[in-house]
Ligand binder design. Structure first.
Ligand code: UGY
Ligand code: MN
Length: 246
């Protein structure tokens, strides 16, 4: 029998590993007939929010972005999305970026659909317009080798443009592939594993990680990862960009 007093999840001052076994549901006004797990949030010391929405029967998500922009990514399932009049169907691997000040509606969401969200308070930049709504499909994005290593491939889902203050990327590691260095940087990350497993080093502590797990890394949390197992390890991650130092 499993011992319920054990978990791989940890919450520290500069990083967290959140495995699904510790999820407790939240209620978000406007998001109905779904479970919502707020995985990363300001309450833990982060400057971003990351949630996982799991649709039940007749689920709808209605809202208006205010100071935070929201990136919605379909991990599985289907939904129909309307953003300020523009409507599109989304399925696994597809996403919509909703900038500030836009109304959004998700409907016709198939039961069990899983939607990952990243939220960040938008920091405007003088001389640049607020970004527009963006629909996309991860499979349409190139996956070039990362820093010349063919075992690591990085897809950049949002435009590399100064009007954006956040990036969302998908990182794929062949088994045995690893970051070529211990990263030490000001940018913060929120991430979720879409596939596979491996070992993450966070602030010189070592964590086994697998599909479904999430990680928060505060600015300057030192980080390194190696993939293990029989399939590539894939994670989707958030990064704040283009606005510092001030
Ligand atoms: O973009 C990044 O900083 C990325 N290489 N970090 C990470 O995967 N932990
Ligand atoms: Mn990094």
């Amino acid at each position: 029998m499993e011992i319920s007093a054990l978990t791989r999840s940890v919450v520290k001052n500069n990083h967290a590993v959140i495995a699904p076994d510790g999820y407790i549901n939240s209620c978000v006004p406007g998001w109905t007939n779904c479970t919502v797990n707020v995985i990363i949030n300001e309450a833990m010391g982060a400057n971003l929010c990351q949630t996982l929405i799991t649709a039940q029967k007749d689920s709808t998500l209605k809202g208006k972005t205010k100071e935070s922009q929201i990136f919605f990514y379909l991990i599985s399932g289907n939904a129909k999305v309307h953003i300020s009049g523009e409507g599109k169907k989304l399925s696994k691997g597809q996403f919509v970026y909703v900038p500030i000040g836009k109304e959004y509606v998700f409907e016709e969401i198939s039961e069990g659909t899983k939607i990952l969200t990243f939220h960040k308070v938008y920091e405007a930049l003088e001389g640049y317009d607020i970004p527009e709504v963006i629909f996309g499909d991860a499979k349409d994005f190139p996956a070039p080798a990362y820093l010349g290593d063919e075992a690591l491939r990085l897809q950049v889902l949002l435009p590399d443009h100064l009007s954006f203050d956040m990036a969302v990327n998908i990182f794929t590691y062949d088994s045995g592939g690893h970051l070529p260095l211990v990263e030490t940087h000001i940018m913060e990350h929120g991430l979720m594993y879409l596939q596979g497993q491996g070992v993450y080093m966070l602030d010189h502590q070592w964590y086994p990680i697998k599909e479904g797990d999430s990680i928060w890394m505060a600015p300057y949390c030192q980080q390194w990862f190696t993939a293990m197992g029989k399939e590539p390890a894939v994670y989707i991650y958030y990064k704040n960009v283009n606005r510092f130092p001030t």
